[in-house]
Design a protein around this ligand. Structure first.
Ligand code: UDX
Length: 453
């Protein structure tokens, strides 16, 4: 099939390249000419493992093209996937103005028969509204509308596309359904199941899945906080949880909160959509507020520890919202760095991949430094080390080296539990604060606890 992709962010770029890889003739378009030139030169601006290799292969065999001209994508496609950003507004509402602009521009240009599919994460009801818009703008054309939400994790998007646990399609006519089944035929043939449903269910399914993932993360973070207060160890409690097959182990690792351009915005987007129908989502609102407090946790632990200490310099390892990506959006590290800078500290950060994005973000701040070489180089004259991203590079660092370089009194605030509290023996002379890895309750505390029971 001839497939058009509008928008070449990580979803559009990965979708385009992988659609070409499974056999389609693909044309991608974006409003940003610099991005398009980089794709054409096989120098993907999107940092995704193996994306450039696949891009190179598909460019070589002329299976994929890139353009800034919308007419070209209309004329060279049977079906067009909208992969345009739907960022959050300050109040959590989904900002649809990029989609609306695109629809008003592209719909009048569509061929007599064409298919338009929403791959972007869009509020429930978007496909329904698009059908009405199409009827108004071009009543005499046969324009078919579909929904096809993506479930691509940043840092694993190519593999997630080629090995989908399921392909969800929102279709309300046979033409659209058969067209989408043809697009995904090479994956269906390998046993990847298709779930066909109505538009609203497909649109909501995406929000529900992300809200579920966010719920698991806020749940384990809340359990970790109980462990800290009651002297339990979340690593042990987590073993008990994940050994129950009904619970499983995925998305149950304590952290400094979930970040990225999806989970936070989709949780807030769902809350907002419900509020438009006078529905209060108590549980999902709690997931969101637990996450917001979790992003402040390391800073609060630092403030308690550094009281009556003269600290001038601290180090932060990891600014990407998770390992495997250069994306810093909604990263817990950025919340922490903003707090540290706001209390006058000099911050020396490190990230092996996200350093450029971070440097651009803090380019005006004279007390902020970032490097991507040896993370130990950030520790000289520093008295606190914060670990925010679970890069293997940090996990493999010897504690003795950290201890030798940090200025005493010193502390490690481990937002990813890369280390264990027990590893920090006396001779290391470093205070350690993990997530949910606190001391056992002291004897006296145990007595008072038993007295109150
Ligand atoms: C997410 C969904 O996983 C994906 O299906 C959807 O299509 C897009 O949104 P992504 O945003 O790339 O993908 O990142 P994800 O891997 O989900 O992680 C989100 C955040 O949760 C990261 O900050 C990560 O560090 C954090 N996280 C994840 C935890 O804190 N604990 C966990 O156990 C797992």
């Amino acid at each position: 099939l001839k497939v058009g992709i509008v928008g070449t962010g990580y979803v559009g770029a990965v979708t385009g390249v992988c659609m070409a890889h499974i056999g389609h003739d693909v044309i991608c378009c974006d409003v940003d000419p610099i991005k398009i030139k980089r794709f054409q030169a096989c120098d993907s601006p999107i940092h995704e493992p193996s994306l450039n290799e696949y891009l190179q292969h598909e460019l070589t065999r002329n299976k994929i093209q890139f353009t800034t001209d919308v007419n070209e994508i209309v004329n060279k496609s049977d079906i067009i996937f909208l992969c345009i950003g739907t960022p959050p507004k300050a109040n959590g509402e989904v900002d649809m103005h990029y989609i609306d602009e695109c629809l008003n521009d592209i719909v009048p240009r569509l061929k007599q028969t064409h298919c338009l599919v929403f791959k972007s994460t869009v509020p429930v009801g978007t496909a329904f509204k698009a059908k009405k818009l199409v009827k108004e703008l071009c009543p005499n054309k046969n324009i078919y509308i579909g929904s096809n939400p993506e479930f691509l994790k940043e840092g694993a998007a190519v593999s997630d596309f080629l090995n989908p646990e399921r392909i969800i399609i929102g279709v309300e006519d046979e033409i659209t359904e058969s067209l989408l089944r043809r697009v995904y035929e090479p994956l269906i043939r390998k046993g990847h199941p298709v779930l066909a449903m109505d538009h609203a269910s497909a649109e909501l399914a995406k929000y529900a899945c992300n809200a579920m993932l966010a719920t698991r993360i806020s749940f384990i973070n809340e359990i970790a906080n109980i462990c800290t207060s009651l002297g339990a160890n979340v690593n042990q409690v987590r073993q008990a949880l994940i050994s129950d097959s009904r619970i499983g182990s995925k998305f149950l690792s304590p952290s400094l909160g979930y970040g990225g351009q999806c989970l936070p915005k989709d949780v807030q987007g769902l809350i907002f959509q419900a509020s438009m129908h006078d529905l209060k989502l108590n549980l999902i609102e709690a997931v969101n507020s637990v996450n917001n407090s979790q992003k402040e946790l390391l800073f609060h632990k630092y403030k308690d520890w550094s009281r009556n200490k003269q600290i001038s310099k601290v180090s932060v390892w990891g600014t990407a919202f998770k390992a495997g990506t250069d994306d810093i959006r909604e990263s817990g590290a950025m919340v922490l760095i903003n707090n540290l800078l706001s209390c006058g500290l000099e911050v020396h950060a490190h990230d092996p991949v996200a350093f450029k994005n971070t440097q651009a973000y803090y380019s005006k701040n004279k007390r902020f430094y970032i490097s991507h070489g040896n993370p130990l180089d950030t520790l000289a004259h520093s008295q606190a080390l914060f670990i925010c991203t679970e890069w293997e590079l940090y996990r493999n660092t010897k504690l003795q080296n950290i201890s030798k370089l940090l200025l005493s009194p010193s502390a490690v605030f481990d937002g990813r539990n890369l280390f264990n509290k027990d590893d920090f023996t006396k001779q290391l002379d470093i205070d350690y604060f993990g997530i949910g890895q606190q001391n056992k309750l002291q004897k006296t505390d145990m007595v008072s606890a038993s007295l109150t029971i």
